[in-house]
Design a protein around this ligand. Structure first.
Ligand SMILES: Nc1ncnc2c1ncn2[C@@H]1O[C@H](COP(=O)(O)OP(=O)(O)OP(=O)(O)O)[C@@H](O)[C@H]1O
Length: 700
């Protein structure tokens, strides 16, 4: 393309000219997806032309340089552009107010297309021109290679006709730069749509003799009469890839990378309006996936993560303890903030958190009326000044499905947050051990949680992919037999194979350190609504349970029955008071530093409460928590009469295979930590929940 032509096109339409002159696939796709979408959106929302140009140029570069690889980014960008810029309308506000400036937004969009955000728009323009020239040369070379492409095209025309009984015309073949496969731009004849071909994914993959883990998947093309067929030829899911070492800033607007596809491209979750559901049976790599999710949230400049994890906080603790224990030092000596903003590992704390979340949502709705009116939107503008709150609830789906009264209460609160808080910037990520009917049967979850992950790790049990990804065909559990691999689908990216990165413990520490200064502070209005429950979340008595679960070397001396999982009382007994006092002092200091630095507490009265009252500690127990929960429910149900180990064990034997000895251990622990009271002696000995214990005021 000549310089004159470029200049001319620049004046008439700076974005579109970059799409011109591409190959049959890339050109058409460029024009109709990424660049064009941004140009249109930019015009519709008065996006400053320099930024429209930067985004357009970046999009064109991406298309030229990496060809079809950016097709997905283009699609995504179109969707994102529609939902962030036009649908939401809040960027109009962002242009004139607050820290989310057009410059920032433009940068984000540019990053989203995959080209350096730091480059100035003019530089990008020049660069794009050079790249375009290089691309012209490459196209020349590509023509010489077209024999190979023609062969691929002919092969697939024949295969699709034979297997699907559909005649297609191949308009382009593009090999991926990752070397992991290629894409075909197809035009099925006779008004056939992509989904008809998608049905035959399995047969087509087998017929093409693709290696295990590789697929041929048909997806929508640039209009209803076109189809893109992605064919993977190298199994990138097989290898272990650690979380990318670039811990650079992210935003709810850029989307959060959760893993990579079979073509080695990142897949991102856009959670401004969506909730997410992550299903993974034991051993599938679910805990690791939660870490990858928390890593992304920690990197975001406009997100605060609140974690509920009733399994001893095991998913959240690695994001808190290194900061809490002072294991990470800040280069300027400042306190290091935990990688999550709030961690609830007990039932009470979870209730406190969810109540606070509901209050924040309601208060935001009332308190930001002016802002919403000015921006002419009902979707709260999220920014570092008004951050999105992401509630990550490990095994939250199991809470929703529980029949236990207290768990049901918790479940109702979770659903309330999901129901009322979308517009106000509170979204949830629920994990589940299985895609149970009671979770996916819930209309609220089905409607609000369209970012979905099924980690299969080869597990077939409880893994109904057709329920997780309705309308998607050809997904088979055995395609993803590796830990951390499975299927992910979002409104922007149809369900397909993916794998998440392995997050190593030292990476969690690195991310905590790298992001400590980046976390936003909860906006004043929300912080007020959340009240002392939020401000005092790091109080010694509130986080006592975390210390109880910190692994200690002296655990071996504990003679509690095997399988008990909880050794809280034993640990307490073993701590000499000197150590206790110094830990309390350390925690007090930590909280004071956090408060001083981030103004998170209205007052600093941090006298440590007595720690005996940790209720429902069983919920924090080890691997047996569902059984323990049920045992606790039985204890509660037994009222003032109380019950004993044998009766509880009998009730649990069938469903959980729990032994009497295990129940003895739980009861002992509950008695030690005040959850239960032992009454009577010898054979008459029984346990009464503290709610029903003589002389106790009933709990609310
Ligand atoms: N993305 C991944 N890539 C490679 N290996 C992984 C990945 N995720 C998990 N693994 C491997 O699987 C092991 C188990 O992972 P993880 O603890 O996350 O599983 P889980 O499903 O939570 O299991 P459990 O419920 O038993 O804790 C890890 O120690 C690691 O070796």
């Amino acid at each position: 393309m000549s310089a004159t032509a470029t200049a001319k096109q620049q004046s008439s339409g700076p974005v579109l000219d970059w799409a011109a002159g591409h190959g049959p696939v890339t050109g058409a796709l460029s024009a109709t997806t990424g660049a064009f979408a941004v140009a249109t959106t930019g015009a519709a929302t008065s996006m400053p032309p320099t930024w429209a140009l930067a985004v357009g140029a970046a999009g064109a570069l991406g298309h030229t340089v990496v060809g079809l690889r950016v097709r997905n980014a283009g699609r995504t960008l179109a969707t994102r552009a529609a939902s962030w810029l036009v649908g939401a309308g809040w960027t109009t506000w962002a242009m004139t107010h607050g820290p989310l400036t057009w410059a920032a937004l433009g940068s984000l969009a540019t990053i989203g297309v995959g080209i350096g955000a730091a480059a100035r728009s003019t530089a990008l323009f020049e660069e794009a021109r050079e790249e375009e020239a290089i691309a012209a040369e490459q196209r020349q070379i590509a023509q010489e290679l077209s024999a190979e492409r023609r062969e691929i095209a002919a092969e697939w025309v024949e295969r699709i006709r034979r297997i699907c009984n559909i005649t297609v015309r191949v308009l382009g073949v593009e090999k991926w730069e990752t070397g992991a496969g290629y894409s075909l731009d197809l035009e099925p004849q006779g008004g056939v749509t992509y989904d008809r071909i998608a049905q035959y994914s399995v047969q087509l993959s087998a017929d093409a003799r693709l290696p295990h883990g590789c697929t041929a998947t048909a997806g929508p093309g640039i209009h209803q009469g076109r189809t893109i067929m992605d064919v993977t030829t190298v199994n990138v899911l097989e290898e272990e890839r650690t979380y990318p070492a670039d811990y650079g800033p992210l935003s709810v607007l850029t989307g959060i990378p959760w893993g990579y596809r079979t073509n080695a491209e990142q897949i991102r979750a856009y959670l401004r309006e969506q909730c997410a559901l992550v299903v993974g049976p034991t051993g599938s790599g679910k805990t690791n996936m939660v870490h990858a999710i928390l890593a992304g949230f920690a990197r975001a400049e406009d997100m605060l993560t609140w974690v509920i994890d009733l399994n001893a906080g095991s998913a959240g603790l690695p994001w808190v303890l290194p900061a809490l224990n002072g294991e990470i030092s800040h280069p300027e000596g400042k306190p290091v903030r935990p990688g999550v903003d709030w961690l609830a590992g007990t039932y009470e704390e979870a209730v406190t958190m969810l109540d606070a979340a509901v209050r924040v949502a309601k208060q935001r709705k009332m308190g930001y009326q002016d802002l919403l009116a000015k921006a002419n939107t009902d979707l709260l503008p999220i920014s570092p000044a008004i951050p999105q709150i992401m509630l990550v609830i490990d095994e939250g789906a199991e809470i929703l499905a529980s029949t236990d009264r207290r768990m049901r209460k918790l479940g109702e609160k979770i659903l309330e947050v999901i129901r009322i808080a979308r517009a106000m910037g509170l979204r949830t990520v629920l994990t589940a051990l299985g895609a149970t009917g009671s979770v996916l049967g819930n209309l609220m979850i089905r409607r609000e949680a369209k970012v979905r992950v099924a980690l299969t790790g080869g597990e077939t049990e409880g893994m109904d992919l057709s329920k997780m990804f309705p309308g998607t065909r050809g997904l088979r559990v055995d395609q993803a037999p590796y830990k951390g691999s499975g299927f992910m689908g979002t409104p922007e990216s149809p369900a397909a194979l993916f794998k998440t990165w392995r997050v190593l413990p030292n990476q969690i520490r690195e991310i905590i350190a790298a992001t400590s200064d980046r976390h936003p502070v909860l906006d004043t209005l929300s912080a007020k609504a959340a009240g002392p429950a939020y401000a005092r979340r790091w109080d010694t008595d509130r986080i006592g349970w975390m210390r109880d679960h910190t692994p200690r070397t002296d655990q071996g001396t504990d003679n509690a029955p095997a399988g008990q999982g909880l050794r809280l009382s034993a640990l307490r007994d073993e701590q000499d008071s000197g150590q206790d006092a110094s830990e309390d002092a350390m925690l007090r200091r930590f909280r004071a530093e956090i408060d001083a630095q981030f103004a998170t507490a209205p007052d600093s009265d941090a006298s440590p409460a007595e720690r005996g009252g940790l209720n429902l500690s069983a919920l924090r127990g080890g691997q047996d928590s569902p059984a323990q929960r049920e045992a606790l429910a039985l204890l509660l149900a037994a009222g003032t009469e109380g019950t004993g180990a044998s009766a509880i064990a009998r009730a649990l034997a069938d469903t959980h295979g729990t032994t009497r000895q295990t129940v003895v251990g739980w009861l002992k622990t509950w008695a030690d930590n005040g959850t239960a009271v032992r009454v009577g002696e010898g054979t008459k000995a029984r346990y009464v929940h503290r709610q029903h214990a003589p002389g106790q005021a009933p709990e609310s």
